[in-house]
Design a protein around this ligand. Structure first.
Ligand code: GRG
Length: 314
């Protein structure tokens, strides 16, 4: 039988993360901090406990990470990056506080990362790393800000289509192996662009449901270990395709609940490992998609509470 969902312990675990400033790990994870705030806030929100983190403190922290060029860093003093800009915009959207930023300046930073020739998107202004994650991040960010018309959506869609593989999945760049994380970003970007017609739905749904292992957990590609975070990447992809019932929901629920830390709260990548806020969020978001534990519904495209999606400017 599956253990029970430790809601209160998870709330306390997330709250405790901000009180660890005397621990080395806190400072070593500085480069991830904005992501941590998004994951923590989302997990709390889905558990109906968004106020467990102080709203004003969260908003002040986010704005202190913004650069004059509009982009956000992972922590004050860190270089701006598209992923942290997305998390910052998502956090402010959850807090209904988008008015504290200038949407035009943020949108200018985001659109400047797209290559007008190829439609690809870079993660930051100094590097040349391109990745389907960045196409999704740019599109979600601009969609929330109501500025998607400033982006070449058609070119971006063309690029995503080039990343499609013979198995129906998508990789990091054209020709790269299908991976559930990249599949999520490509499907969600296509959903925002309203171009899911380009997806080989049956073939891809088969590939996705084959990610479930006898333990009930999901892996991200064949021959790999199951990991709680794929309860998001795989499941949200199936949700976007309308095929959530293609996996054994009860067995996946058990796998996620088994990975809980029953002493300190939080969820790990798999049973017996150490909990962290990334897996706590994606485990809870997966349980929400499955309809268990009386959680707030989550939107599979934006990975945001369904409740606030009506506020989207699109
Ligand atoms: C707003 C939900 C949201 C996301 C923002 C960052 C991002 C956009 C998307 C990330 C998509 C992605 C690539 C997820 C996979 C992350 C992961 C667990 C990678 C591990 O890859 P490997 O190769 O692990 O180390 P495996 O499981 O294949 O052994």
């Amino acid at each position: 039988m599956a253990p029970e969902f430790l809601r209160q312990k998870h709330i306390e675990y997330i709250q405790s993360l901000d009180n660890k400033q005397d621990e080395l790990e806190y400072w070593l994870s500085e480069h991830l901090r904005m992501g941590g705030v998004y994951w923590g806030l989302m997990a709390l929100d889905l558990m109906g406990a968004r106020d467990a983190l102080p709203r004003e403190g969260v908003i002040d922290y986010v704005t202190s990470c913004q650069h004059p060029n509009g982009g956000f860093g992972a922590h004050p003093g860190h270089d701006p990056h598209l992923l942290y800009t997305l998390y910052a915009v998502q956090i402010l959207f959850i807090q209904d506080a988008l008015d504290v930023i200038d949407a035009d300046v943020v949108a200018k930073f985001v659109t400047s990362l797209q290559d007008p020739e190829t439609g690809t998107v870079r993660g930051d202004l100094t590097g040349d790393e391109v990745d389907t994650r960045f196409v999704y991040a740019a599109m979600q960010c601009l969609s929330i800000l109501g500025k998607l018309d400033e982006f070449d959506v058609a070119k971006a869609v063309e690029y995503i289509d080039q990343c499609k593989n013979y198995d129906g999945g998508y990789g990091l760049v054209p020709g790269a192996e299908s991976h559930a994380g990249q599949i999520f970003t490509c499907l969600a970007a296509l959903a925002i662009a309203n171009r899911l017609d380009l997806v080989d739905k049956d073939l891809l749904s088969w590939w996705l449901c084959e990610r479930q292992l006898p333990s009930g957990g999901l892996n991200g590609r064949p021959e790999k270990l199951p990991d709680v975070c794929y309860s998001w990447w795989v499941l949200s992809s199936l949700a976007i395709l309308g095929r959530l019932d293609w996996i054994d929901r009860q067995k996946l629920r058990e796998f996620i609940l088994d990975a809980q830390d029953d002493e300190l709260g939080g969820i790990a990548d798999r049973k017996g490992d150490m909990a962290d806020v990334f897996h706590t969020h994606f485990g809870i978001a997966g349980l929400s998609l499955l309809g268990f534990e009386n959680l707030e519904p989550v939107n599979p495209v934006y990975c945001l509470p369904e409740r606030i999606m009506g506020r989207l400017k699109r």
